[in-house]
Design a protein. Structure first.
Length: 205
């Protein structure tokens, strides 16, 4: 069945056109990593190849790309940030995705940040949890709001806690724009559990 699908819908690199990958390892290796800033790491800049890959799963719903992407991201984290990964493993950090509202997740059929972060956690030998934080209000996607003030208002108190969080936590989202989403989720957690150690990890920003 997989062979038939590959013949009907061939998988080609969005950069060089090589078959077999949506973004082949050779093209992926040409994308530069970014620096860690405080408690935050946006692995890549949101442009070029990464933007194409994200649009494939986020707007065209091509979820097959997530397996290749999570593998490449995990390898990049291990190679470019070995001390950070070792620290996460030693401190037993838990990766959790920024949740979608149930209505939007049911409409889309999946939470891309959840699928990505679950695979990344497994590849890095970290725990994964999506059971303590939920999005309690359904708001327009941040990417569709051009004005910063609209984005900040859009993210006023959209999250709630349903159980205590882990002591060491990596909040994961695929794209960071103003950090408003991550900050809002973090504030919700810190309000009840101020000692929680939180690191932000995003694919692009």
């Amino acid at each position: 069945m997989s062979l038939i699908l590959d013949l009907i819908f061939p998988v080609n690199c969005c950069s060089c056109g090589q078959s077999g990958h949506y973004l082949c390892p050779a093209c992926f290796s040409k994308i530069s990593s970014q620096e860690i800033k405080g408690n935050s790491l946006s692995l890549f800049k949101y442009h070029s190849h990464i933007k194409k890959i994200i649009s494939l799963y986020k707007y065209s719903f091509v979820t097959d790309v997530l397996s290749d992407l999570s593998t490449q991201v995990s390898l990049r984290l291990k190679s470019d940030y070995p001390n950070l990964v070792d620290y996460w493993q030693t401190k037993k950090y838990v990766i959790t995705p920024i949740p979608l509202h149930l209505f939007r997740q049911n409409w889309r059929g999946f939470n891309q940040s959840a699928l990505l972060s679950q695979k990344i956690a497994k590849n890095l030998g970290l725990s994964y949890s999506d059971s303590f934080l939920r999005r309690s209000q359904n708001r327009p996607p941040q990417a569709k709001l051009k004005d910063r003030s609209q984005r900040l208002l859009n993210l006023s108190q959209p999250f709630s806690l349903i159980s205590p969080p882990p002591a060491h936590l990596i909040l994961f989202d695929d794209v960071k724009t103003t950090s408003a989403t991550l900050n809002s989720a973090s504030q919700t957690i810190k309000k009840q559990h101020p000692q929680t150690d939180i690191f932000y990890l995003t694919l692009a920003g």
